[in-house]
Design a protein. Structure first.
Length: 179
């Protein structure tokens, strides 16, 4: 009888852990696209990747540089109705480019960090800024968070769209893989 009780408790605990893990993974996959939250005078990413394999697929280099622009987009961001509704623009200089992070320093000394699935998607589409490139970030400010929707490299004219007009990530769903 004691064995059945212990076995039942262990099974209930295992089921609980699996359910919590599934909810956490689903939440991580459906939220965050380079969202940043203000912490003092610095910004830190709130997005994480639950599947490390996705991050390692980022393609850097010249293999797909124009693919980010091949979505019929123009470089006049202010004329784009997606970003003139309630969105905002931040302009800064790239201070760090790594495999899993893009760091942009704003003129006031604050830093925007783009990481996680948003950054790996940008790299997959051939977006390859260099340190000291001037970039323009378009996005939505909600409370103390800035959600990056589009990044334009002002040095090269290269544009990468991370979210569409409905706020859906470009890497989610069918037919949104940048082509």
């Amino acid at each position: 009888m004691v064995k059945k009780i212990v076995f039942g408790i262990l099974m209930a605990g295992l089921c609980g852990v699996l359910i919590v893990g599934a909810v956490n993974r689903t939440t991580d996959r459906t939220t965050g696209v380079g969202q940043v939250s203000r912490q003092g005078d610095r910004y830190a990413s709130t997005e994480t990747i639950s599947d490390a394999g996705e991050r390692s697929r980022g393609a850097q280099g010249n293999s797909g540089i124009n693919r980010g622009e091949a979505q019929g987009l123009h470089s006049d961001l202010e004329a784009d109705p997606i970003f003139t509704q309630e969105g905002g623009f931040l302009q800064g200089i790239v201070v760090g480019v790594e495999k899993d992070i893009l760091m942009v320093e704003l003129s006031a000394g604050e830093e925007i960090v783009v990481t996680g699935r948003a950054w790996s998607f940008a790299q997959e589409q051939g977006f390859a800024p260099r340190v000291n490139d001037q970039v323009k970030l378009a996005g939505d400010v909600e409370g103390e968070e800035f959600e990056v929707w589009r990044i334009e490299n002002l040095a090269t004219g290269q544009i990468i769209v991370l979210r569409d007009g409905k706020g859906s990530p470009q890497w989610a769903g069918r037919g949104k893989r940048g082509g």
